[in-house]
Design a protein around this ligand. Structure first.
Ligand code: NAP
Length: 246
């Protein structure tokens, strides 16, 4: 039963993370909404969660800051009870061809996308062990499976998340905690809205289902992975990409 349990969703102020928060709230989960700085957007997500009849608290926290993540995980457990579902969704891009990509562009993307997830896993680990139950879902990307010109940093971070997922899945499986990754394709959010129309058209042409995905498409799969029905899936990577990476 997901009803009444707590989910922590990073990057839940906007886009895919918001859709995940709202979808989990529909299952009765209370949601800790973690975001970087956009308080108005986070409050809007929280309002949606409350309208679904669940509890929501907003927490501003840079996922790349390990000390801040440690303090946050303690605070969430104290204010909302043990974290049953951890969804590592916060992510950024700093796209450039590798020759122009500075070390700081590489590090910033790895720090948020990959180390951010590791920090949350590390600081919820003992809580999961105590519960002997729970779900971790990491939001990777098809780019982590296929690579993409101009996204060496992003692809490395998303491929890294897959290795992280499988390793933690093996560590936590004996206690009945599942750890999976979702690999979205081209999803219509703020992250992709910045692309020129011509680039979007070219990308859409490569998608067998011939449309961009929605944040809702991804949220449905994450909700399934957090459900009791997904109890025998662990260490998997589920593409939600309209067939793009097959
Ligand atoms: P988005 O619309 O750009 O939203 C990004 C979210 O992450 C926001 O909630 C933002 O908070 C938060 N965030 C960014 N940096 C953070 C930090 N350092 N600490 C805490 N929170 C931070 O992104 P999206 O498109 O929904 O993407 C969500 C995830 O899906 C990302 O991991 C992305 O890589 C992945 N993904 C997206 C697509 C796509 O096509 N959109 C495809 C594959 C995978 P603020 O609102 O406070 O800034």
């Amino acid at each position: 039963m997901m009803n009444g349990k707590t989910a922590l969703v990073t990057g839940a102020s906007r886009g895919i993370g918001r859709a995940i928060a709202l979808r989990l709230a529909r299952e009765g989960m209370n949601v800790a909404i973690v975001y970087a700085g956009n308080t108005a957007a986070a409050e809007e997500t929280a309002q949606g969660v409350r309208e679904a009849g669940a509890q929501a608290n907003c927490y501003a926290c840079d996922v790349a800051d390990e000390a801040a993540v440690g303090a946050l995980c303690k605070r969430v457990a104290a204010e909302m009870g043990p974290i049953y579902a951890l969804v590592n969704n916060a992510g950024i891009t700093r796209d450039k061809l590798a020759a122009q990509m500075k070390e700081e562009d590489f590090d910033a993307v790895l720090d948020v996308n990959l180390k951010g997830a590791f920090h949350f896993i590390r600081h919820t680990y003992s809580g999961f062990l105590r519960q002997r139950a729970g779900r971790i879902v990491n939001i990777s990307s098809v780019v982590g499976l296929m690579g993409n010109a101009g996204q060496a940093n992003y692809a490395a971070s998303k491929a890294g998340l897959i290795g992280l997922t499988k390793s933690i899945a093996r560590e936590l499986a004996p206690r009945g905690i599942t750890v999976n990754a979702v690999a979205p394709g081209f999803i219509d959010t703020d992250m992709t809205r910045v692309l020129p129309e011509a680039a979007k058209d070219a990308l859409t042409a490569q998608i067998p289902l011939k449309r961009l995905g929605s944040a809702q498409d991804v949220a449905e799969v994450v909700a399934f992975l957090c459900s009791d029905g997904a109890g025998y899936l662990t260490g998997t990577v589920i593409p939600v990409d309209g067939g793009m990476a097959m």
